[in-house]
Design a protein around this ligand. Structure first.
Ligand code: SF4
Length: 251
């Protein structure tokens, strides 16, 4: 039994949306130094709910017959380095995969997870182009996120991180940033995630596809309406729809 404590944010015993292709449970850790104006989990940015690591692992154990992995999310899970390392170790001991959703501002935690081979998938938020990080987040986290991106990209290419994706939450009016961000995410999976904020109409699938078309690369597009779709480019989608039309006319 591990007696280390963790500032706990919540537990979802079964999720099919947090790790593509897997049923997982999701553990939320409390606390985040970043203050995104669009945060969907603002209640987890602060506060205290200390739990024993062993108690959190017991929750995972109860779900372990239903899932093949655990995703750590938040808040910002990497803020609690020792607790996260202990949790990831405990999850691996149950023969489950370890996923991490992170904003990348604690590269030392990510380095430790990678060095100890304690993580199988990282979803790293890239919030804007580097020169805008300071304005967006009121603190300049860009260098820390760059380091996390570098560590994960290197580990992924070396085969030490099986799955790695950069996630860009995309808002109307910020479409021009995406080309700058995508340049830094060359060679890794890129997810354009529909950003939702009060008072601004979210970009729909077609609008996100138009953003992707300007990048000249494949992406995944994630919207509330359509879920997650692999998008290879408009020409391919059009070609598929032409084939489909031809098939229909033959019936
Ligand atoms: S980094 Fe994530 S948890 Fe932190 S404020 Fe932004 S959206 Fe919320």
């Amino acid at each position: 039994m591990v007696f280390l404590k963790v500032n706990f944010g919540g537990f979802v015993p079964l999720s099919t949306v947090d790790w593509r292709g897997r049923a997982v449970c999701t553990v939320f850790l409390r606390g985040c130094p970043v203050r995104c104006h669009y945060c969907q989990n603002a209640a987890l940015q602060d506060g205290t709910d200390e739990r024993e690591i062993g108690d959190v692992l017991a929750m995972v154990k109860e779900s372990s017959l239903l899932v093949s992995g655990v995703v750590f999310s938040g808040g910002e899970a990497t803020m609690q380095k020792e607790a996260l390392l202990a949790l990831a170790e405990g999850v691996q001991a149950m023969d489950l995969g370890v996923g991490l959703q992170t904003n990348g501002v604690y590269p030392a935690t990510i380095r430790a997870l990678l060095e100890r081979r304690l993580v199988d998938k990282v979803s790293l938020d890239l919030k804007t182009q580097w020169r805008h990080y300071n304005n967006l987040l009121k603190e300049d986290f860009a260098d820390r996120v760059k380091e996390s991106l570098r560590l994960c990209t290197a580990a992924h290419h070396a085969g030490r991180l099986p799955e790695f994706e950069a996630v860009v939450t995309t808002f109307r009016g910020c479409e021009d940033d995406i080309a700058y961000i995508a340049k830094d995410a060359e060679g890794i999976d890129l997810v354009l995630q529909q950003g939702v904020i009060a008072g601004v109409a979210p970009l729909d699938f077609e609008e996100l596809a138009a953003v992707a078309d300007r990048l000249g690369r494949s992406v995944r597009i994630r919207t509330r309406q359509d879920g997650e779709v692999a998008y290879e480019g408009r020409r391919i989608v059009r070609a598929e729809s032409i084939i489909e039309q031809e098939r229909r006319s033959e019936r």
